[in-house]
Design a protein around this ligand. Sequence first.
Ligand code: EPZ
Length: 429
Amino acid sequence: MDRIRIVGGKELNGTIPISGAKNAALPLMIAALLTEDTLVLDNVPRLADVAQLQRILGNHGVDITSVGKRVGDREYQGQTLRISASSIIDTTAPYELVSRMRASFWVLAPLVARMREARVSLPGGCAIGTRPVDLLMMALERLGAQLSIDGGYVVAKAPNGLRGAAIDFPKVTVGGTHVAIMAASLAKGTTVISNAACEPEVADLAACLNKMGARIDGAGTARITIEGVDALHGAQHPVLPDRIEAGTYAIAVATTGGDVQLTGARPELLQSPLGVLREAGAEIAVNADGIRIARNGAGIRPVTVSTAPFPGFPTDLQAQLMALMICAQGSSEITETIFENRFMHVQELARFGARISLEGETARIEGIARLRGAPVMATDLRASVSLVIAGLAAEGETMVNRVYHLDRGFERLEEKLKACGASISRISD
Ligand code: EPZ
């Protein structure tokens, strides 16, 4: 089991290239199931979750090839995947595959839309919450799918195909919005989604589907209209840059001090986190190549933040912000409103000497002047990177265990940080 060893206390200076977004690549890959033509995705990050989804799609009979390096490719350039679902030979997504990468549950939508049947394992919960899928199932039922639960699997049937409908989500759900858009693209008639998720990854999926011949309007806003079409065709589409990765490294620089250019980062996708970092005392400049973040000597000011759906402060940056706040001069508050159990990193951050108290969904953090390195345990993807950030700022050695969590969502993390002066290395046992 790999571990990451960090000797903290060094500033970060240099350039970090931002990879394609995991949370855009996954729905885009799943959308390939909607057509028998080939979907070509560029700038796909090399992540464990992407590899796991390739295995799941392969189980359905999908051919995926990765295009080799080309003359002129940039260093760290994302991979190009050619995904061909010309014949889907199996409409079952098995438990042993789905349970390891929850978003693969979303294959239910294109399978029932195109094949009129599907049998997909319920994904189960994870460290941050029960992660129910009732709203994803509601959306498909509204479009005419008959769903039942059998032995831990969702069995879906739509013998006459799906038909357009009004889908009104009682709460914002990214996965629910992806599922509704994909299924409605091949439904007969018009679908209107209300209270849709406005995350940029939803707009990226819709942009790709429209290149494939779908007729989607309003993606990126809370009201999305889809005119169903009989079939979709192939297309080529670049995966959106990862706003969570960019926000993570911005928070890391604000925590350690230094001056880093985040190449490829898109500031318009990070307005809320950048505003919070400015309030905390970081200097942020937007330029043609991305975002430049620096903190040279100024102290870290405490902030009060609540997570919220886009364009609010993303829950996927909550743990990282907490790592910054344990170094702040004063007390801060972070409230988690999206997931019911997303404070698993608190007890691990406390091992650095942090003083954090929990009251319901709010964490109150008393900043301390000096963190001390410690052995810590990663529990979920974003929590694990908050431990890396704390280790970069702490004095002495930190050992982060269970780094497979990190590999799910951060491409070449050690390389990118080492290139900016961090003393960080992976130890493979
Ligand atoms: C996506 O998860 C992301 N994952 C998550 O990122 C992200 O934290 C989340 O959206 C919120 O932005 C991917 O894109 C692969 P939701 P998703 O449906 O779609 C409740 C990461 O670290 N809910 O928007 O599963 C749910 O319990 C991951 O990259 C229902 O009640 O999240 C939660 O409280 C973590 N019923 C809230 O809605 C449902 O049917 C938002 O969940 C579905 C969701």
